[in-house]
Design a protein around this ligand. Sequence first.
Ligand SMILES: [Zn+2]
Length: 316
Amino acid sequence: MFYIGIDLGGTNTAVGIVDDHGQILAQTTGKTPVGQPVNAYLACMSECIRCVLKTAGLQITEIRSIGIGIPGIVDTARGTVTQCTNLDWYDVPFQRFMEQVFPLPILMDNDANLAALAESCAGASIGCSSSVLITLGTGVGSGIILGGRPWSGAFGQAGELGHSTLVADGIPCRCGRNGCMEQYCSATALVRNARQICGAFPQTIMCQMAGGDLLDLTAKMVIDAAKEGDPYACRVFDRYTHYLALAIDSIINTLDPEIVLIGGGISHAGDFLLNAVRNKIPRHENGSPRPIARIELAKLRNGAGLIGAAMLGRQL
Ligand SMILES: [Zn+2]
């Protein structure tokens, strides 16, 4: 059986044909017609679908379903995009529009949930019925899988971990709250803290790495400096992983999943990151170790969104 997955991004729309094992057989991208009427989106998707069918040598009749990942809040029961600021969509019944064009079951979900679903079908959490994926990049994204399915919540807003309060009355966040996890655990937060340290201690190798201009300092430079043992970078990284471990510990205490995956740009730090985080999560209760969620790196990079979207159809 084959499935079509669509990852509707704020810049590009990725469309692919995926098999039962979550492997991509053909894929293409189109420019997302942001600011244009819904018909322009349908036309873009139709064209991309025609293209991938041709590449894979398949007919539309051989496709089980079309899944769509949306970068916003989705009411999966009604098939409505409740809120998607990137596309300026509010209460758009996009599933119905798609059904009028394509004679197939149409499914939608939030893109972060679908990245987590992709990992459970073809990535690092295969075989786990419960998992959480945290994506650490410019911001913090997260997706929850329970019973093998994405958990969107009663109101489509589950998995907004990045905007859960980690520090009472902490750093102001773009969402209007203070102390959100994103302000401590995103790559942006790591770099911001490193720049402050660089300002106070110009002898850190992070300053040399940035070539004298702190605006050129990246998360990778901070992590590389910490790996080399630079005490100032180590201090920044230790503080970063302290907060990340606190957030993951809350996930474990709330959901008790089989596995917690870390993805996004920061995850390129690999074992250096995993070991720092694992060591900061308490594994003992009343003196004896307790079984606890494994913490691992996400495996899928590009393509996770469309694989997850396609895999929604596997549950039909
Ligand atoms: Zn926030």
